[in-house]
Design a protein around this ligand. Structure first.
Ligand code: ADE
Length: 419
C-alpha cells in the first residue's frame, strides 16, 4: 500500500509507546471496544490530518476497529513522531504520510495523498485539509459526508468560511466541546509547552520572566503552570475581558513592546499573525528566547528576523540564534512551530483521551446523521460531551453527587424566592 514515512524499522519501538499511551486513554479504549462490535464506519473512508503522535495512533486504532478505511497525514511539518508513523503502517493498517521535518511542498503532497483517498469523513487539526479541498480539490466534496476539527485555529478558519458561505459540508468543532478545550487546551498546553521549552533549552524557569501573548485557554494554562514553577508571568492581550481576567489572576498585563524589555522567554498562543514583530524585536531583551505554541508558525515574524539578522546560526537542533544589527541576540525555538509538539511530545495521553474520544464519537455522529446536516460549523452534541466527562471521572475513580428530585424541581421553577 502507498505511504511515505521515514523508517519502517522504527515500527516496534513505536508500537511499544503507543500501547503505553493507551493505558492512559481508558475512555477512548472503551469506545474502541464498542466500535469493534458495532462497526459504525463499515464501508467508510476517513482522511485524518492530525499530529502523528502515540495518542493520535490510538485514535486511528479506534477508527479502524470501527470498520473505517483510514489514511493519516501530518497536520504540522515538525510534529510527527517517526516511530509512531512506522508502527501505524506496520502494525495497525493505517496508510500514513508523515515525516518529521518534511518541507512545505512535501507537507501539502501528503495532504493531497489523503484527499486522493476520497474520504467520506475528514478529520482536521488546523483546517488544512478542508482548506485544500475547497481551494484546489473541490471534486472531493462529492463523496464527503462531513468533517471534524480539532483546534481553535481551525475552528476560526472554518467559521470564517461558513460566514462567507464558502464552506460546502458540515464540520463539527471538536475543539469547542467542554471535555476538549477545558482540559486539552489548558492543562495539556500548560504542561507540554513548558516541557517543550525545557527540552529545547534546559534553562531554569524559576525566577525568569515569561511573556505570554494570548490569554485564551492555552495562555491561561501556560501562565498557571509557569507561575507554579516560580516564573514571573506577563500577559499581552488585545481582548479587554481576557486582559482583566489575567490581571485579577495575579499576572502583569502590558503591551508587547513594553513586555519585550523584560522577557527572558516569550511564547505566543494567539492564533493570529506577527504577534512578535519588528516593534518587539526593537526593544527585546538581549538573549531572549522566543517560541510559539499556537497552531501556525506565523505568530512570530520569522521572515523579518531572517532578513534583518546580521548573523544567524543553530546553537543546537531546534534552537537558532539571530544576531540583530545592534549586537543583541534573539533565540528562536523550533522554527516558530508548535514548541510542545516539535521539541516535546505534545499533550499527555490523559488529556488527549478526552479530545480523541470526542473525535471518535463525533465521527460516529457524522456517519449516522450527516444527511440531516447542512454545510456549516456545528457544536459537539452536549450528550456526547457529558458522556465523555462521566466516563473520564469513572476511569479516574472519582464519583460525584446527583440532584435530588426536589433540587431538580427547584432549579426548573421560578416561584420560590426568599424564604
Ligand atoms: N495536540 C497536542 N498534543 C497532541 C498529542 N499528544 N497528539 C495529537 N495532537 C496533539
Amino acid at each position: 500500500m502507498p505511504y511515505h514515512i521515514k523508517d519502517i524499522t522504527l515500527a516496534n519501538a513505536g508500537r511499544a509507546r503507543i500501547e503505553w499511551a493507551n493505558l492512559d486513554m481508558p475512555v477512548l479504549a472503551s469506545i474502541r471496544e464498542r466500535f469493534r462490535s458495532e462497526h459504525p464506519f463499515e464501508g467508510l473512508r476517513i482522511a485524518a490530518c492530525l499530529h502523528v503522535t502515540t495518542e493520535t495512533a490510538n485514535l486511528m486504532r479506534t477508527l479502524v476497529a470501527g470498520g473505517a478505511d483510514v489514511v493519516l497525514c501530518a497536520s504540522n511539518p515538525l510534529s510527527t513522531q517517526d516511530d509512531t508513523a512506522a508502527a501505524l503502517l506496520q502494525h495497525y493498517g493505517v496508510r500514513t504520510y508523515a515525516i518529521k521535518g518534511e518541507d512545505t511542498e512535501t507537507y501539502y503532497k501528503h495532504i493531497d495523498r489523503a484527499i486522493d483517498h476520497k474520504p467520506h469523513i475528514t478529520m482536521d487539526d488546523g483546517a488544512d485539509v478542508v482548506g485544500r479541498i475547497h481551494a484546489e480539490r473541490p471534486e472531493a466534496i462529492e463523496d464527503i459526508l462531513g468533517g471534524t476539527e480539532e483546534t481553535t485555529t481551525g475552528v476560526i478558519r472554518l467559521s470564517a468560511m461558513a460566514k462567507e458561505g464558502a464552506l460546502r459540508y458540515p464540520i463539527i468543532a471538536v475543539n469547542d466541546a467542554k471535555t476538549k478545550h477545558f482540559y486539552d487546551n489548558r492543562y495539556g498546553t500548560g504542561q507540554s509547552t513548558l516541557d517543550g521549552i525545557v527540552r529545547a533549552t534546559n534553562r531554569l524557569l524559576a525566577g525568569r520572566t515569561l511573556v505570554i501573548s494570548g490569554y485564551g485557554w492555552c495562555g491561561r494554562g501556560i501562565a498557571m503552570r509557569a507561575a507554579g514553577m516560580g516564573m514571573q508571568v506577563i500577559i499581552c492581550e488585545v481582548d479587554p475581558f481576557k486582559a482583566l481576567e489575567a490581571h485579577m489572576d495575579g499576572f502583569r498585563v502590558m503591551p508587547a513592546i513594553h513586555a519585550a524589555r523584560f522577557c527572558d522567554i516569550w511564547v505566543t498562543v494567539t492564533g493570529d499573525l506577527n504577534v512578535i514583530g519588528p516593534d518587539a524585536f526593537a526593544t527585546m531583551k538581549d538573549g531572549a528566547i522566543i517560541c510559539n505554541s499556537g497552531h501556525f508558525n506565523s505568530e512570530i515574524d520569522i521572515p523579518w528576523l531572517e532578513e534583518n539578522a546580521t548573523d544567524k546560526h543553530e546553537l543546537k537542533p531546534l534552537v537558532k540564534e539571530y544576531r540583530l544589527a545592534d549586537g543583541r541576540k534573539v533565540i528562536l525555538l523550533a522554527e516558530g512551530r508548535l514548541i510542545n509538539l516539535s521539541a516535546a511530545e505534545g499533550h499527555p495521553a490523559e488529556v488527549m483521551d478526552m479530545s480523541f474520544a470526542n473525535q471518535a464519537l463525533t465521527a460516529e455522529y457524522l456517519a449516522l446523521y450527516s444527511s440531516q446536516m447542512a454545510p456549516g460549523v456545528y457544536r459537539v452534541p452536549d450528550s456526547i460531551d457529558e458522556n465523555i466527562a462521566r466516563l473520564k471521572l469513572q476511569s479516574l475513580g472519582v464519583s460525584i453527587d446527583k440532584l435530588t428530585p426536589e433540587q431538580e424541581k427547584y432549579l426548573n421553577s421560578w416561584e420560590l424566592g426568599t424564604v
